[in-house]
Design a protein around this ligand. Structure first.
Ligand SMILES: [Zn+2]
Ligand SMILES: [Zn+2]
Length: 225
């Protein structure tokens, strides 16, 4: 499916190094929009819609509090810029600990990749066992971007158990029980992204899923030979 991709006005501090495009189908009627397919969830489940937008476009969910821990939540595409350019925006990468810089740089992704991730996460959320019904126009749109939706098909990308939509609302100390996860945590694109239980995502850590399963199976071999 071809998208409209018309440039939309960008505001804010990073407007010169950012872009914003219409994600509606090419030749659509009515206004352009960046996240039109989230219109239903934004009304019925605003927390879920905001989480999808945030996880798709922002660098981190980590609560970095100290001064040298780096900018909290920044657009992923901003992190594609060089240290020199970022310094012009008041982001002094040289002042951050190397581990923090590496983490920020790892989360970098192009605007287009972030937008594909947001659409993919929405498509996945609607396929959770107890998900709200997807309005027909949104369903048609998402299915033509990915593939036909299958009820209850969305599983945790780590443990493969079905993921309940209700976990979005279950939060402990402000942390949702469901997280956006990556088969390879160093790549942020739609083929590599999905949802996982918070515990599973934490267990996977910075390993790829392949590395993680190998690690787990090594442990199991040693504890139950
Ligand atoms: Zn448009
Ligand atoms: Zn899991």
């Amino acid at each position: 499916m071809d998208l409209c991709k018309k440039s939309l006005p960008v505001r804010g501090k990073y407007k010169d190094i950012a872009e914003k495009k219409c994600c509606r189908e090419d030749g659509h009627e009515g206004e352009c929009g960046e996240f039109s397919y989230l219109s239903d969830l934004s009304t019925t489940h605003p927390r879920v819609a905001n989480k999808i937008k945030r996880d798709a476009t922002k660098t981190t969910g980590a609560a970095w509090k100290s001064e040298d821990a780096g900018p909290n939540r920044i657009d992923r595409w901003v992190m594609l810029q060089s240290d020199e350019v970022l310094l012009q925006y008041g982001l002094n990468m040289a002042a951050l600990k190397p581990g923090v810089v590496a983490k920020l740089r790892e989360k970098a992704a192009t605007y287009d990749d972030c937008m594909e991730v947001a659409a993919k996460l929405t498509w996945l959320a609607y396929q959770m066992p107890d998900a709200p019904e997807c309005p027909p126009t949104i369903k048609k749109y998402l299915e033509s971007r990915f593939s036909p939706m299958v009820a209850s098909a969305t599983t945790c990308i780590v443990c493969k158990e079905p993921l309940s939509f209700s976990l979005f609302e279950n939060a402990q100390r402000g942390k949702a029980e469901i997280e956006t996860a990556h088969s390879n945590p160093r790549e942020h694109n739609q083929t590599n992204v999905g949802f996982a239980h918070r515990e599973c995502n934490i267990a996977q850590g910075n390993k790829t899923l392949e590395e993680f399963y190998e690690w787990i199976s090594g442990i199991l071999d040693r504890v139950q030979p």
